[in-house]
Design a protein around this ligand. Sequence first.
Ligand SMILES: Cc1cc2nc3c(=O)[nH]c(=O)nc-3n(C[C@H](O)[C@H](O)[C@H](O)COP(=O)(O)O)c2cc1C
Length: 324
Amino acid sequence: MKLPKFEGKAFLAPMSGITDPAFRLLCRQNGASLVVTELTNVHAIVQKEKELKKEHKKITEFVEFSTKESPVGIQLFGNDIEKTIQAAKIVEPYFDVIDFNMGCPATHITRQMAGAALLQKPDFNEKLFSKLVKAVNKPVTLKMRTGVSNNNCYLYKNIAKIAQDCGVQMLTLHGRTVDQGYSGQADWNKIKELKEISTVPVVGNGDIDSPEKAKEMMDKTGCDYVMIGRAARGNPQIFDNINTYLKNKTYTFDPQKKINSLFKYLEYTKLYNIKFSNIKMQAMQFTKGMEGGAQLRLDLGQTENIKEIKKIFEEIDVDKQNKP
Ligand SMILES: Cc1cc2nc3c(=O)[nH]c(=O)nc-3n(C[C@H](O)[C@H](O)[C@H](O)COP(=O)(O)O)c2cc1C
């Protein structure tokens, strides 16, 4: 099956602990043209499905989502080909895209030879992608870092060729190695080099924090889409702002819209099983750039329920806020 038709150029990056179903829906409604779940362990999906089946429940109790998010991708990670296929088959009825993670730098994941560590395993990748693409009826995509260390920061090129030859339909590149973590700057030149060798759409990712930067990445690299992670936290409006800026070279940030978005997020969380600590953290992100933000975060730290979070934001003087 082909990729869905995307309405715009800006996607929401998968972010563990952040891209819960309520936040994804909010970003879709604010102009993100694709949203993706956080990375999800293939063993956990297979195991949970067995358990849920016994209770006549579906996997969507574990990987929560809403059809209103569509197009929505699920991101899988693991290092076991058969389990990845099993997991992909379990979730494919609910998602528009099956994304595979080869970008996670966390040591507890790379130590198991999963996440970005798999960039060093071309043979594994060839087997995985050739089988996975045939096994599912949804488009398979891949998200990568450039390499593991500075010595092998071009690993992504070989993996990209293997993946696209096997039928992977879109490639996302975060322009950093595993060793870099989040330090320094993402190397957009590598995104440009990927675009030059790629036969499928390329999604550029890393350090876009404004509509101007999104356009700059597209102009410099020729990438087909951009993916926004950290800058979307607390500012889902960035997607609409990017869409408008790409069309009209201008946009307006609306502080009231930002607060209203948080209220919507709080409402949506009631439909899902999201930990209150995560909701609180998400709310704190909305105080970024706000006048009196440090005090607001201290106040939010003391909250015990959604009502208390809402009250804090209701009392904010919107006229004093002007930054995303
Ligand atoms: C809190 C957090 C969690 C993340 N979790 C994931 C994840 O589950 N899967 C993934 O592919 N990338 C993950 N990433 C990486 C982002 O998708 C993205 O590649 C990275 O943040 C660079 O983009 P940015 O500069 O726009 O933030 C995560 C990043 C952050 C900050």
